[in-house]
Design a protein. Structure first.
Length: 496
């Protein structure tokens, strides 16, 4: 089967004793299904699916031949959904729950081994998960008249839906049962079968009036949805039954919304109408991201239901064209990603730790050098003005103490003139250096964020440290100053 799309299997139910005289609606030809009584000759009459199961096939045959790949996908880290779709009375609930759970709906009197022999897909899938894991977390939801109910709760009540990036769309208040043994699983299935809404219709003596979703969550967080849809029905309901008319309206509307979502996904439309009903909202993450989706489509074998059979086949054919995996590499199936050996991961962690230590050492050396340089510049800036004043005073005193021959203009000896020229040159040099020092000082005063790298389990993260000011005393002047080792800043006033 092709990876990355919805997988579809078709199941033909056996004819009932009252239908033995009816003509066949379809014929199985290898892996193709031929519609024998097409209403219009221009319609496609031949359909090809991943699997076609004849009336002789059992639920165990379907599980082993068709659903085993979905189980393997969950084991390797993908979400999965198994969904039963079809006209009312075609065996969807028999496929999902088995004969006894839906046919009797009373406390089990037969041994568990015999019940398991006739069990449905829900039991078979859950038991396979229990063989692989010590515990499986289970919730059982019912969608009735576009409202969500908890089949495992003692008191009924409508559940609210929430959505997040981890769990997707879910009911946070739903009851969660930890399954650790087959007896607990059977109790959950019996309780759900007893609580689920049903009634007799023209097509089915015990027809489901609601959709159910059995949610099985593994300790790894991966979830498998087992969906038993209510049957589509276009025949007229029994007269005077307003409640049945209302139920039929919501059932057909939700199934229509599901078909619209399938069509939008097949055409790769920008908008998929998931929010049109609760059913498609809960199944949204089954059709996108990292998920495996399998449909079991059930058919009525009689030609009297050709129109419904044709509609079901068209839905199944559209579903097979839907690509499930998105282009986002985060949602790529785990089997397509080459695992990194543990030894290689450990080597990467050690390399990151060594690099982190080197960066820390280099950062500490740089901070120490900047602190010393800034202190030297500060002392120089404080001493230079006093030196310039002393030179000016000395020059003025020399000029005043040595008048010229006229007694008006001061006269300096040649050696003093040479000294004055040197002093003037030195003063210009000092002024230039003062300007450079001031510019350097301004640059050094710019805050430098301190970053420390932390390596944990092969993942490198960075976190900013808090600023801490330390008090120092200049040995040459006795003045206090404050230095921040995190940023390398030094200033005379204590920061607020």
């Amino acid at each position: 089967m092709d990876e990355g799309r919805i997988h579809v299997a078709v199941r033909l139910r056996p004819k009932l004793p009252s239908e033995m005289g009816d003509a066949d609606a379809v014929a199985v030809q290898g892996d193709k299904l031929q519609l024998l009584h097409a209403p219009w000759t221009r319609l496609h009459t031949s359909y090809q699916f991943d699997r076609i199961f004849t009336p002789e096939a059992s639920n165990v045959d379907i599980f082993e031949a068709f659903l085993r790949p979905a189980m393997n996908s969950v084991a390797t880290g993908s979400h999965a959904t198994i969904l039963a779709y079809g006209q009312t009375g075609t065996g969807k609930t028999h496929t999902m729950l088995g004969r006894d759970l839906w046919g009797l709906c009373a406390a089990p009197e037969r041994p568990l081994v015999e019940l398991a022999h006739d069990a449905g897909i829900m039991y078979l899938v859950a038991m396979e998960l229990l063989r692989q894991h010590d515990v499986v977390h289970c919730s059982y939801l019912e969608l009735y008249n576009d409202k969500v109910f908890d089949l495992l709760a003692d008191k009924g009540g409508c559940l609210e839906l929430r959505e997040d990036s981890t769990l997707g769309v879910h009911a946070p208040d739903a009851t969660v049962v930890d399954l650790v043994a087959p007896e607990a699983l059977m109790e959950v299935l019996w309780r759900g079968a007893e609580t689920r809404a049903h009634c007799a219709t023209n097509m089915n003596e015990r027809s489901s009036r609601s959709h159910t979703i059995l949610q099985l969550t593994l300790p790894t967080g991966k979830r498998l949805n087992l969906v038993d849809l209510a049957g589509s029905e276009k025949c007229k309901p029994m007269a005077g039954d307003g409640q049945h008319v209302k139920e039929l309206k919501f059932i057909n509307q939700s199934l229509s919304n599901l078909g619209q979502c399938i069509s939008a996904l097949r055409k790769r439309g920008k908008h998929v109408p998931y929010r049109n009903c609760k059913l498609t909202r809960l199944l949204q993450h089954s059709f996108e991201g990292q998920a495996v989706c399998s449909f079991i489509v059930t058919l009525n074998p009689c030609a009297t239901n050709t129109m419904e059979t044709l509609s079901t086949l068209q839905f199944a054919a559209r579903a097979m064209q839907v690509k499930v995996y998105s282009n986002d590499p985060r949602f790529a199936p785990m089997g397509s990603v080459t695992p990194v050996p543990h030894a290689e991961l450990q080597a990467q962690v050690r390399a990151l730790q060594q690099e982190n230590a080197q960066l820390r050492e280099a950062l500490a050396i740089e901070r120490a050098q900047k602190g010393k340089l800034l202190l030297g510049f500060t002392s120089l800036l404080r001493d230079v003005p006093a030196a310039v004043d002393r030179v000016d005073t000395y020059t003025q005193m020399r000029r005043e103490s040595l008048p010229n021959a006229d007694g008006n203009q001061p006269h300096l000896p040649p050696q003093d003139e040479f000294i004055l020229e040197k002093l003037a040159t030195l003063e210009r040099t000092i002024q230039s250096q003062l300007q450079d020092i001031q510019e350097t000082k301004d640059r050094l005063r710019q805050p430098i964020p301190s970053v420390s790298c932390v390596v944990s389990d092969g993942t490198a993260t960075c976190e900013r440290t808090e600023n801490q000011w330390e008090e120092y005393v200049d040995a040459s002047t006795g003045f206090k100053y404050f230095h921040n080792p995190s940023t390398g800043m030094t200033q005379w006033k204590k920061p607020v």
